[in-house]
Design a protein around this ligand. Structure first.
Ligand code: 6AU
Length: 271
């Protein structure tokens, strides 16, 4: 519809300074999906399988490369090559959820060192705001990789929520880094329009309405509508909500997240 087309192409996308978030929003609009798959499977060949199966339904695939059973550097290279090929084929982006939290010079080395060489293949990477602006500064000069700052975690008792205004302090350190920062991971609303810049909010801990209870290790879940309409999510990050089902059901469940997520996002943005 024309109003939605205008909203994305004339209002939201032009207000993004970060190339990666512009690209992500274009993909979301084109594929009508705000679903990010948290590809938390142990076997790297299964990660490729889920990427192949769900590729048409996701805008973003979130990796934890250090949790896969990659045995050597050559397997890492093979894995990332196949994953990049699938990302191109199905038009999704890749976010490595590395959650960097060190001084800039260390993070710079962590980004580039073997075996993972994250800066070479990830479109985005997560960082904690805790170290301050140095954790963002170290991305200057690195091309083709953007940062997503973790402003508020989803887990029970996380310390960020106990420190007064931690979330907004995370926002403040991104001042001057609009080109590098694609957005924020947050479990509650964080949208801030700074100098007319639009950032994306990524929200993990999302489940379908059939869900009851946590995971026993502190994860807390909210429903899709709640995440988007009440908590401000633009992109929902979903792992076990899909992967706990057998691989024959992955697609069907992902489609339900896609449908619910997209309709809630359209409802939120059009209001
Ligand atoms: O849907 P789940 O609970 O199976 O997986 C959620 C994924 C996990 C976490 O590592 C990640 O989202 N996550 C993050 C991220 C993405 O940074 C932050 C957070 O606060 N909570 C959280 O669950 O792979």
């Amino acid at each position: 519809n024309l109003k939605l087309d205008n909203l994305f192409k004339k209002k939201l996308i032009p207000r993004m300074t970060c190339t990666a978030s512009k690209k992500l929003l274009r993909i979301m609009y084109k594929k009508k999906t705000n679903l990010c798959l948290a590809a938390d499977l142990q076997n790297w060949t299964e990660v490729l399988e889920v990427a192949r199966t769900l590729g048409p339904h996701i805008c973003l695939l979130r990796t934890h490369i250090d949790t896969y059973n990659l045995e050597n550097y050559y397997q890492v290279v093979e894995f990332r090559k196949h994953l990049k090929d699938l990302a191109t084929k199905f038009d999704f982006m890749i976010m490595e959820d590395r959650k960097f939290a060190d001084i800039g010079s260390t993070v710079q080395r962590q980004l580039t060192s073997k075996p993972f060489e994250i800066a070479q293949w990830a479109d985005m990477v997560t960082v904690h705001g805790l170290p301050g602006p140095g954790v963002l500064q170290c991305f200057e000069g690195l091309e083709n990789i953007a940062v997503v700052v973790i402003a508020e975690m989803s887990s029970t008792g996380n310390l960020g929520r106990k420190v007064s205004d931690y979330k907004h302090e995370c926002l403040k350190i991104t001042d001057g880094y609009d080109k590098i920062v694609a957005g924020f991971v947050s479990h509650s609303k964080i949208r801030v329009d700074r100098k007319d810049t639009f950032f994306l909010q990524f929200t993990p801990g999302v489940a379908l309405n059939d869900y009851t209870g946590g995971d026993g290790l502190g994860q807390q879940y909210v429903y899709v509508d709640d995440a988007i309409l009440d908590r401000g999510a633009d992109v929902i990050i979903v792992g076990r909500g899909i992967l706990k089902h057998g691989n024959e059901n992955w697609r069907e469940v992902a489609e339900e997240f896609q449908r619910n997520g997209w309709s809630a996002l359209v409802q939120k943005l059009m209001n």
